[in-house]
Design a protein. Structure first.
Length: 560
């Protein structure tokens, strides 16, 4: 037998599985990004990438958590369960990519380290401003640890019980991600689809697990017994299959093989899979999850493998099977008990993952289930892309530098004043990254200059990200216009940074953007109040005060 059995590594079934997985994730991600950029032409590509990665990962986590109970409810889902760890690794990669883009886009190029910014930008931790970022960080850590420990090497080091308990943290990661989405993007995106879809997803995951538990409740009804336990009639066990029963608090599987009965633990040593739901192939009990095998008479894997499971003594009296509740040490041989031959009932098709082809019925069902999942994922991505409503009528001419001539004014923020057709137009000046332009503009205060930079525009708001500044030697110094005191105002709205709000990042406001806004304002970029008047027309005011700090939880902002 040492010649006939070998470890299974990469095979055609695994390759097809991963090709379908990669194609499905790429299709979902590409659909979201493409539809977003087509339907919302002012959206920045970076935002579309961040949202696309997050959505693809969130949908994949729903699939991962649904496969387990689906396989318990219908064994035809087992082909999806076989390589579920590949889904987990893919999810870990998506989560890392999403988090990396977020940190670079929202927290890099600022005044502090990006990771410090991520954890400290939200200064008002409380009911008004819950830390949705912290839930995301927790979920990321869990998903990365699960992906890193998915290989059988870690399974053998940690032992199956510990490994399984560790991977149950996936449910904690799911709850954290629901909170991350609910306290983050759902606060900005007000279309009902976002809330309804998130609620439906949570209800489906919870409902499937409750239904699977309800279906199995009968297996655990027997109370622990100090004596031999009656597990049912012998003729109810089909050839090559098993009957699962609860014996002294532990599930056991009684298998029939060549009209002889053997009893072993129902727990596979690999990933605690349900051996009793498998069948005997080539004389060995074959686990339905990943194809691990054990001899029914001694619970030992065939050479060269050395895995062992506990065995149990049994006897047959009056046509009924009784099992001794005391398990034998793993690998102990127990002579099988002969029983009367029963007519062979039709055996349901059975899938073992390392086979290159699934049985016809299982294959048809698997193809149908896979196509359904892929269509739902792509359709959901397209629907979410269309329903987005946070992108603003703003534009950033990235890669298209503009040269302007005018006078630089320093207060309250650096401004370039230009004159065209007798009208004065002002451009707020911004430095590179999340920095103001005070350092670049100060040497040229009240002087005529030529400025080359990239223009961001939103209605009457113009912001120029400065590239180079050169004095215009042909003109004299411009006079300084006096400031006019317009009195005090009460403003209700949101404090935003002028650079992102003008279109450098779109959307440049809202809960999910506030971390970036905090860094931009700390770097000296113009602070604006985004509010609307009684007619609903957007009104912006530049905020300046020596003690001004960005407070994003407040809806009552005062300033001179």
């Amino acid at each position: 037998m040492s010649v006939a059995y070998r470890a299974v590594n990469w095979n055609p079934q695994k390759k097809r599985y991963d090709l379908i997985l990669a194609g499905g994730l790429l299709g979902t991600f590409a659909t979201f990004v493409t539809v977003t950029l087509l339907i919302h032409p002012t959206a920045t590509a970076e935002t579309a990438l961040i949202r696309g990665l997050g959505l693809s990962g969130f949908l994949l986590l729903h699939v991962i958590l649904a496969i387990g109970p689906l396989a318990r409810l219908d064994r035809r889902f087992l082909p999806l369960l076989y390589n579920r760890r590949h889904l987990g690794v893919s999810l870990g990669i998506l989560a890392l990519a999403h988090a990396s883009f977020v940190v670079v886009q929202y927290h890099a190029l600022g005044t502090v380290h990006p990771l410090v910014s991520l954890l400290t930008s939200n200064r008002a931790l409380g009911p008004a401003d819950p830390p949705f970022e912290y839930f995301g960080v927790f979920a990321l850590l869990v998903l990365v640890v699960m992906a890193a420990t998915s290989h059988d090497y870690w399974l053998s080091i940690l032992t199956p019980p510990t490994w399984k308990r560790l991977h149950l943290l996936g449910y904690a990661a799911y709850l954290a991600l629901v909170a991350h989405v609910g306290l983050g993007v759902l606060q900005d995106e007000r279309h009902p689809l976002f809330l309804v879809a998130t609620a439906i997803g949570a209800a489906v995951i919870g409902g499937l697990h409750l239904l699977a538990a309800w279906r199995e409740r009968g297996l655990d009804r027997n109370a622990p017994s100090p004596g031999w336990v009656d597990v049912g009639p012998a003729d109810a066990i089909a050839e090559g299959r098993a009957r699962i029963a609860l014996v002294a608090g532990e599930r056991v599987a009684v298998f029939r093989h060549q009209d002889r009965l053997s009893c072993v633990s129902n727990v596979c040593k690999h990933q605690n899979g349900p051996l009793g739901e498998g069948r005997i192939i080539d004389g060995c009990i074959t686990c339905p999850w990943h194809g691990y095998q054990y001899r029914p008479e001694d619970g030992t894997s065939p050479p060269p493998f050395t895995d062992r499971i506990p065995t149990f003594n049994l006897r047959v009296e009056g046509g009924r099977v009784f099992v001794n509740p005391r398990p034998n040490p793993a690998g102990t041989r127990v002579d099988p008990v002969p029983v009367a031959t029963v007519p062979l009932a039709p055996t349901a098709e059975f899938f073992v993952g390392y086979h290159s082809a699934a049985p016809p019925g299982v294959a048809r069902f698997g193809r149908g289930a896979t196509v359904t999942i892929l269509l739902l994922a792509v359709g959901t991505a397209a629907a979410f892309a269309v329903a987005q409503g946070t992108f603003q009528p703003a534009h950033f001419a990235y890669g298209k530098p503009t040269e302007l001539s005018g006078v630089i004014r320093l207060g309250p923020y650096p401004v370039l004043e230009t004159v065209a057709e007798g009208r004065i137009r002002r451009y707020l000046l911004a430095g590179p990254g999340k920095h103001g332009a005070t350092g670049l503009a100060t040497p040229y205060a009240n002087r005529r200059v030529r400025v080359t930079g990239t223009l961001a525009h939103r209605e009457r708001l113009n912001v120029l990200e400065v590239g180079t500044v050169a004095p215009d030697s042909s003109a004299r110094e411009a006079p300084v216009e006096p400031l006019v005191d317009l009195g005090s105002y009460r403003l209700e709205g949101e404090v935003v940074d002028g650079k992102c709000y003008a279109g450098v990042m779109n959307p440049g406001l809202g809960v999910t953007h506030r971390g970036c806004a905090a860094r931009c304002l700390a770097g000296g970029l113009p602070a604006l109040s985004a509010t609307r008047d009684a007619e609903g027309v957007e009104v912006r005011r530049t905020l300046t005060h020596e003690t001004l700090r960005p407070v994003f939880s407040s809806r009552d902002m005062r300033g001179p």
